[in-house]
Ligand binder design. Structure first.
Ligand SMILES: Nc1ncnc2c1ncn2[C@@H]1O[C@H](COP(=O)(O)OP(=O)(O)O)[C@@H](O)[C@H]1O
Ligand SMILES: [Mg+2]
Length: 281
C-alpha cells in the first residue's frame, strides 16, 4: 500500500490573496513522488531547497496551491486533515523546542494525553515508546540533564506514543554531535525495520541517506533525483551542481581510484576494505 503520494503538488509562500508569487520568490514546482508503506526514504537537498516545506505540506500545516496529496489512500483535504495528522508524526530539528515538560515521562505522555487516551493506555504507550528509543531507564529523568541525542530520542518517543504510521524527521540530527546523530539514525532504522513505521528522513548528511531504501534529491523547489542511494551517489558530478557531495566512503573510493588504487565504485565499507586489502597484499 502507498503510505503517501504527492501528485503534481505546487506551492508558493505568497502574501495571502496575492494572485502570483513574487518574481524570484520560492516555489515548489510540480512535485511527484510516492512512498510505499514500510519504506525508508531519505530526502536530500541544500538549504532552502524546499525540504521543510514538503514536510509541512504533507500534513497540511501548509496548503498546496495545486495538486493532490494522498495518505494511505485518503485525499488530504480540510475534512480529512485531522485523521491524517494522527498517521503522520513529525520530529523537528531542535530538541529543546520540542519538549513541553521537565520530566521524561510527562513529556512523552503529553501528546497522548492531549488526544484523550485512557490513563492505562497512556502508561503502556510511554513504556512502548521509551523502549523503542532505548530510553526506558530514563522514565523519571529530568530532560534538561540529558544529552542532545537523548533529548531528541525523547522527542521521537513523544511522537511514537501517538502511534503514527509515518514518521517524518526534519533534519532531526542537524544539531547533534556525531554520537547523537548515530543514536537517532539507529533508532529510526529500528522503528522502520521492527515497528514497520514508514520513515521519511530529511537530512543534509549524506551518510544518513546510505541507510535508506531510496532517496529523493531536491533542488530549488524541484525533485531532481529519485533513486537508490547507490544510484544517486553514482551521479557525483550532478550532485555537485545541487551543492551536495558524496558520503565519506564515496570520497575515499574516488581518492583511491584517482591515486591509482583501483577499487569498485562501492558504498559498502566492508567490501571496500576487502578490495583495499587485496590491492596492498
Ligand atoms: N514562512 C515562510 N515565508 C516565506 N518564505 C519561506 C517561509 N519558510 C521558508 N521560506 C523559503 O522557502 C524556501 C524553502 O525553505 P525550506 O522548505 O525551509 O527549505 P529547506 O528545509 O530545504 O532548507 C527558502 O528559500 C525559504 O527562505
Ligand atoms: Mg528545513
Amino acid at each position: 500500500m502507498r503510505a503517501i503520494e504527492f501528485r503534481d503538488v505546487s506551492f508558493s509562500y505568497g502574501e495571502e490573496g496575492e494572485a502570483e508569487p513574487q518574481i524570484g520568490g520560492f516555489r515548489l514546482n510540480h512535485l511527484n513522488f510516492a512512498v510505499e508503506e514500510g519504506e525508508f526514504v531519505a530526502v536530500l537537498g541544500h538549504n532552502g531547497s524546499g525540504k521543510s516545506t514538503l514536510a509541512r505540506l504533507s500534513n497540511r500545516l501548509l496548503e498546496a496551491d495545486s495538486g493532490e496529496i494522498e495518505v494511505f489512500g485518503t485525499l488530504l483535504t480540510k475534512k480529512t486533515v485531522y485523521e491524517i495528522r494522527k498517521q503522520i508524526g513529525i520530529v523537528f530539528q531542535n530538541p529543546d523546542n520540542q519538549t513541553v515538560a521537565s520530566i521524561v515521562e510527562d513529556d512523552v505522555a503529553f501528546g497522548a494525553e492531549n488526544i484523550g487516551l485512557p490513563r492505562e493506555e497512556i502508561g503502556e504507550r510511554i513504556a512502548f515508546a521509551l523502549k523503542a528509543v532505548g530510553m526506558e531507564a530514563y522514565r523519571n529523568a529530568t530532560i534538561s540533564r540529558l544529552s542532545g541525542g537523548q533529548k531528541q530520542r525523547i522527542a521521537i518517543a513523544g511522537v511514537l506514543a501517538l502511534k503514527p504510521r509515518i514518521m517524518i524527521l526534519d533534519e532531526s540530527t542537524a544539531m547533534l554531535d556525531p554520537r547523537g546523530r548515530r543514536e537517532i539514525i539507529d533508532v529510526v532504522e529500528r522503528l522502520n525495520r521492527e515497528e514497520k513505521i514508514t520513515v521519511i528522513l530529511i537530512t543534509h548528511f549524506m551518510e544518513e541517506a546510505l541507510r535508506a531504501d531510496r532517496a529523493i534529491v531536491m533542488n530549488r523547489g524541484e525533485i531532481v533525483m529519485q533513486d537508490t542511494p547507490a544510484g544517486i551517489f553514482a551521479r557525483h558530478e550532478e550532485l555537485l551542481t545541487y551543492n551536495l557531495t558524496l558520503p565519506r566512503i564515496g570520497m575515499i573510493v574516488k581518492g583511491l581510484n584517482a591515486g591509482g588504487i583501483p577499487v569498485s565504485d562501492t558504498l559498502d565499507i566492508e567490501k571496500l576494505a576487502g578490495e583495499i586489502a587485496e590491492c596492498v597484499s
